[in-house]
Design a protein around this ligand. Structure first.
Ligand code: CU
Length: 164
């Protein structure tokens, strides 16, 4: 009988410990649930003032949304996507980018991207981007200013868009 009581107490303690661990882990995920990688910014084309930022987001937390991005070097930063309308790829401003739980979203040429208006930046500079989410805490990332890649369709669309 005494032996049984000790065992029960030990089992209870072990169960409590496991529960505490699980809660701690899920709490960490909701606080640091979004991971950012591969941040980079293409500077404005010659004679223009619009830069474009890209990065990859992976959401390990609950469903969330990227609401806005800010940077000291631009007074107007917008989230954009490309959509096809009447066979033509166009840019469309977004109020947010959905970040479903457990999924990765790439901001990349021809898809989601961040437009940075009225900005000046040079190759080799680094710019701090601050990302504001619906649920997760703000994230900051240091993004290098890099050359545009090959002239893909997405890159060409940008040239015409930023001239408007
Ligand atoms: Cu755009």
């Amino acid at each position: 009988m005494r032996h049984f009581l000790i065992s029960a107490t030990t089992l209870f303690a072990a169960t409590s410990f496991l529960t505490a661990c699980t809660q701690g882990e899920s709490h960490t995920h909701s606080g640091e649930g979004i991971e950012i990688s591969n941040a980079r910014i293409n500077p404005p084309l010659p004679g223009q003032t619009t830069g474009v930022a890209f990065f990859r987001l992976e959401n390990h937390g609950d469903d969330d949304q990227l609401l806005s991005v800010s940077a000291a070097v631009s007074d107007r930063v917008e989230l954009h996507t490309h959509i096809e309308e009447d066979g033509i790829m166009k840019m469309r401003r977004l109020d947010g980018i959905d970040l479903p739980h457990g999924e990765g979203v790439d901001l990349q040429p021809g898809s989601y991207h961040v437009m940075m208006f009225n900005t000046e930046m040079s190759l080799g500079d680094e710019v701090v981007l601050t990302l504001d989410f619906e649920k997760a805490d703000d994230l900051t990332v240091v993004a290098p200013i890099v050359m545009r890649g090959e002239m893909t369709q997405g890159e060409m669309d940008h040239g015409s868009h930023s001239g408007k």
